[in-house]
Design a protein around this ligand. Structure first.
Ligand code: C2E
Ligand code: CA
Ligand code: CA
Ligand code: CA
Length: 274
C-alpha cells in the first residue's frame, strides 16, 4: 500500500495544480488585504454570567475578499500562518483592537493570538510597543492563545506568558477541552482565564455522557481557581447550565453575534439609557 501511495503521488494530477493556483491567488489577495488595511474586526460581547451585563468583547478578524465575498478566518488564518503573513496580520489585529478599546473604557478587549505570533521571541516586545502607541490600559487587554503550541513548547510558552503578564495584559487559554488539555500542564502557565470550547458546550443538552464530560471539564478548569468562560452559547438552557457548572462569563449568539464596533457602542449606549 505504501508503494502504491508513492506511485500515485508522482502521477500528474491537474486538479492539484488548480488547487495550488487557487491557494496562491488567495495568498496574494490576503497579502494585499493586509498591506492596504482591508481587513476589519468584528466584536462579540462577553457577558457576566450573574448579571448578564457585558464585561468585554472578543475581537474577530474579517476579510471580505474582492470578487469572492467574506472568507472565514478558519480558512485564511492557517494560510497566513504558513505563508509568513501571520505576524503582520496579527499586528494589524492587535493595533486595531487596542485603538478601538479606547472607545469602551468599561470593557475588556480580547484578542486572538496565533502560534506563529506567539513563537516569535519578540512578541511581548511588540505587544508592549502597541500598548504604548495606542495608550490603552494593559489590564483591559486579554490575549487568547490555544493549546497546540503550548504543548509542543511548554518551556518557551511559560516564558512568553510571564513576559506578557509582566506588561499587565491578561492571558487566556482558548478552546479548552477541544484537544489534549491536561491539568498538570495548566497549573504552571498562570493563565488568567480559561475558555471552554464551543464543541463541548454544544453537548450540554445532549446525552448524559456529553453533559458529564462538559461538567468535568469545567470542574477541572475551576479546580485551578481560574475564572472560566463558556463560548458558543446559543440557548437559554446552555447559559443556565454553564452558569450552574461555575462559568462566570458567557459568550455566544444568544447574547450577540460578532458585530461592528459601532453596534457595540450602540449596545452600550442603550444600556446606559435604560
Ligand atoms: P475562536 O477564537 O474560538 O472564536 C470563536 C468563534 O466562534 C468565532 O468564529 C465566533 O464567531 C464563533 N461563535 C461565537 N459564538 C458562537 C455561537 O453561539 N455559535 C456558533 N456557531 N459560533 C459562535 P470566527 O469569527 O469565524 O473565528 C473562527 C476562528 O478563527 C476563531 O475561533 C479563531 O481561532 C480564529 N480567529 C478569528 N479572528 C482571529 C484573529 O484576529 N487572529 C487569530 N489569530 N485568529 C482569529
Ligand atoms: Ca478566541
Ligand atoms: Ca475559542
Ligand atoms: Ca475555536
Amino acid at each position: 500500500a505504501k508503494e502504491a501511495g508513492r506511485a500515485r503521488m508522482t502521477l500528474y494530477d491537474p486538479s492539484m495544480d488548480a488547487d495550488r493556483e487557487q491557494r496562491n491567488a488567495l495568498e496574494l489577495d490576503l497579502r494585499m488585504a493586509i498591506e492596504s488595511g482591508d481587513l476589519t474586526l468584528a466584536y462579540q460581547p462577553l457577558i457576566d454570567a450573574a448579571s448578564y451585563a457585558p464585561t468585554g468583547v472578543e475581537a474577530l478578524v474579517r476579510w471580505n475578499r474582492p470578487g469572492h465575498g467574506p472568507i472565514s478566518p478558519e480558512v485564511f488564518i492557517p494560510i497566513a500562518e504558513t505563508s509568513g503573513l501571520i505576524e503582520s496580520l496579527g499586528l494589524f489585529v492587535l493595533r486595531k483592537a487596542c485603538e478601538t478599546a479606547k472607545q469602551w473604557p468599561e470593557l475588556n478587549v480580547s484578542v486572538n493570538v496565533s502560534p506563529g505570533q506567539f513563537r516569535n521571541p519578540a512578541f511581548a516586545d511588540y505587544v508592549r510597543y502597541v500598548l504604548k502607541q495606542t495608550e490603552v490600559e494593559a489590564g483591559r487587554i486579554t490575549l487568547e492563545i490555544t493549546e497546540g503550541y503550548m504543548i509542543q513548547n511548554p518551556q518557551r510558552t511559560r516564558q512568553s506568558i510571564e513576559r506578557l503578564k509582566a506588561l499587565g495584559v491578561k492571558v487566556a487559554l482558548d478552546d479548552f477541552g477541544s484537544g489534549f488539555s491536561s491539568i498538570g500542564y495548566l497549573r504552571q502557565f498562570g493563565f488568567d482565564r480559561i475558555k471552554i470550547d464551543r464543541s463541548l458546550v454544544m453537548g450540554v443538552n445532549e446525552d448524559k455522557r456529553q453533559r458529564e464530560m462538559l461538567q468535568a471539564t469545567v470542574a477541572l478548569a475551576r479546580s485551578l481557581d481560574i475564572p472560566v468562560t463558556a463560548e458558543g452559547i446559543e440557548t437559554e438552557e446552555q447559559a443556565i447550565a454553564m452558569r450552574l457548572f461555575g462559568c462566570d462569563c458567557l459568550q455566544g449568539y444568544l447574547f450577540g453575534k460578532p458585530m461592528t464596533a459601532d453596534l457595540i457602542t450602540e449596545m452600550l449606549d442603550a444600556r446606559h439609557a435604560a
